[in-house]
Design a protein around this ligand. Structure first.
Ligand code: ADP
Length: 260
């Protein structure tokens, strides 16, 4: 609180009392702190790959380094991976800033959720196969709703990729979709690492990660779930998560069909 005080006098200038005004500044402070944290986080996330790109390219430019073919290939691979990480980060930052600036940007078009999932399954299956993870799908033949197809694709891809990333080999991930007259329900579950209870309400924050090293190794930007939450809310839906460490995690989404 910020407090401003002013005395009150009567006609003969005797002190009668005082007016105290309490300003609630905690919320303003919190928003300001979050903005500062965000800038610090972005800077850090950009700095790490850049330092590595600069270091490895400088080494390659040193006398004779390029003559060692094996070393050259190894360093170029690192430079390439780190550039890809930078690109993914900038892409997610732009997407998040667009969604935060104007949620009305969402284009609501008639779509078939089932068909949409079919078009992105190859991406998810390829990822799952590389980790020997089984993908199970349970979807009705057709689920008609209104929504932003590109954003909904991104939502399913982010959640399914996370499910694969945070599950060890030989585990399984599942997407189950059901619907009622007015809503679509999607459940993405995995048999993976799980999320500790005290982290559950923080995972939708930008750059919050349970295990930083693991997330970076899987190429995560730390923004996937923040984007997912914005997409759900921009559609007027809700998302919740339940999880048990070493057992698995389930994300449950409800999206209004918004037809009619
Ligand atoms: P990241 O790029 O780090 O995956 P996200 O925003 O997608 O960023 O997720 C934030 C964090 O939430 C992850 O770093 C991870 O710790 C945790 N997380 C997300 N999905 C899962 C999951 N299915 N199982 C376990 N942990 C998860």
């Amino acid at each position: 609180f910020e407090i401003v005080a002013a005395p009150i006098f009567n006609d003969s200038y005797d002190l009668k009392g005082a007016v105290l005004v309490f300003y609630e500044i905690t919320e303003l402070k919190r928003v300001e702190e979050m903005r500062k944290d965000f800038v610090a986080n972005v800077s850090h996330e950009l700095k790490t790959p850049l330092t590595s790109i600069r270091g490895f390219s400088e080494t390659l430019l040193e006398d004779g380094a390029l003559e060692d073919r094996e070393l050259t290939e190894r360093f170029l691979t690192i430079i390439n991976n780190e550039s890809q990480r930078l690109q993914a980060l900038v892409k997610d930052l732009l997407e998040l800033s667009r969604l935060e600036k104007d949620e009305l940007q969402i284009r609501m078009e008639r779509l078939d959720f089932r068909k949409m999932v079919d078009t992105i399954m190859p991406i998810i299956e390829q990822h799952a196969e590389s980790k020997q993870i089984q993908v199970q799908l349970e979807l009705p033949d057709s689920v008609i709703m209104r929504g932003d197809e590109d954003r909904l694709k991104q939502l399913v891809i982010n959640l399914m990729n996370n499910a694969v990333n945070y599950t060890s080999s030989n585990g399984s991930v599942r997407l189950k979709v059901t619907h009622s007259n007015d809503s679509v329900f999607a459940e993405i579950s995995d048999t993976g690492l799980g999320i500790p209870e005290d982290s559950l309400d923080r995972i939708f924050e930008r750059f919050y990660r349970v295990d930083k090293a693991r997330s970076r190794n899987t190429g995560g930007t730390g923004l996937g779930l923040a984007i997912v939450k914005h997409v759900v809310e921009a559609h007027g839906g809700t998302i919740s998560v339940s999880s048990e460490v070493n057992k698995g995690t389930t994300f449950s989404i409800r999206l209004p069909k918004a037809l009619g």
